[in-house]
Ligand binder design. Structure first.
Ligand SMILES: Nc1ccn([C@@H]2O[C@H](COP(=O)(O)OP(=O)(O)OP(=O)(O)O)[C@@H](O)[C@H]2O)c(=O)n1
Ligand SMILES: C[C@](O)(CO)[C@H](O)COP(=O)(O)O
Length: 237
């Protein structure tokens, strides 16, 4: 008998929400009567593509996370772990946790997701997971409807061809062995910085294609106060 490798969702909620400027990390703020984190966990709980969830949570809020998960009956939640100083450090914490699990090998699928993207849909989660059957790395992405420019010292120095540009979202999915190797290589690079995990693969495993699947404008990242209003409006629409 053969078994499919498991699919693990790593929900990153290790940030403090500086740009939100609230007393609590933004993942604990309410939108339409439920914490941002609860909306996100519910999306992964409901996805048939996901077997288990690991939550990377900001220090001092682990108990609150378990309470939210219990309230929402998030039975797939396997662990709440501590993160790191940067988003990349929190990804590494999730990767290490996944690798420490019995019967989880390099072929497991790891879907790394911002807790702040609370309106992620089942379709996007399923598409990213399915893309990993044909590639070792994949992300949700949407076209840019704005012209994007490169700015230096307050002056535009380039206007890249918009048709070749996309805005990446999460989840970003990887075969576990690949993303672990890419982050290991990053750890040995003193100049390493990254704002997402696909760029870690692109930089340190450049021979591995990173596929894109359609994201959605709805899959916004709650970042500042206006995003809370927007997310609530989208939920009620
Ligand atoms: N050290 C960090 C930083 C960020 N994140 C998570 O990564 C996602 C995207 O990060 P961001 O939107 O930047 O969240 P914050 O870091 O909390 O926000 P800010 O940058 O405004 O402080 C969020 O769900 C956040 O909780 C994380 O797990 N660990
Ligand atoms: C991972 C990400 O959501 C992709 O768009 C984004 O890079 C996170 O950026 P942040 O500054 O950590 O919110």
């Amino acid at each position: 008998m053969t078994f499919d490798p498991p699919t693990i969702a790593a929900v990153l909620a290790g940030g403090t929400g500086a740009r939100m400027g609230a007393a609590l990390p933004k993942q604990l703020l309410d939108v339409a009567g439920r914490p941002v984190l609860q909306h996100t966990l519910e999306a992964f709980q409901a996805s048939p593509a996901v077997d288990r969830i690991v939550l990377v949570m900001a220090e001092g809020h682990h108990e609150a996370a378990w309470t939210i998960a219990k309230t929402a009956n998030v039975t797939k939640l396997s662990a709440v772990i501590g993160g790191g100083a940067t988003r990349a450090d929190s990804s590494v914490a999730a990767i290490r946790w996944a690798r420490s699990q019995p019967e989880v090998g390099d072929d497991a699928k790891l879907l790394i997701h911002d807790a702040a993207r609370m309106l992620v849909t089942g379709r996007i989660i399923a598409d990213v997971a399915a893309a990993l059957d044909g590639a070792a790395a994949a992300t949700a992405a949407i076209p840019s409807s704005d012209t994007v420019v490169e700015v230096h010292d307050g002056r535009i120095i380039a206007v890249p061809d918009r048709s070749a540009l996309a805005r990446v979202q999460t989840p970003q999915g990887f075969r576990l062995g690949l993303i672990a190797a890419a982050h290991d290589a990053a750890a040995a690079d003193p100049a390493f910085t990254a704002t997402d995990d696909c760029s870690v693969v692109l930089r340190y495993r450049p021979d591995t294609p990173v596929r894109t699947v359609p994201g959605s404008e709805r899959n916004l990242k709650v970042t500042g106060p206006a995003d809370l209003v927007l997310a609530e409006a989208l939920l009620r629409a």
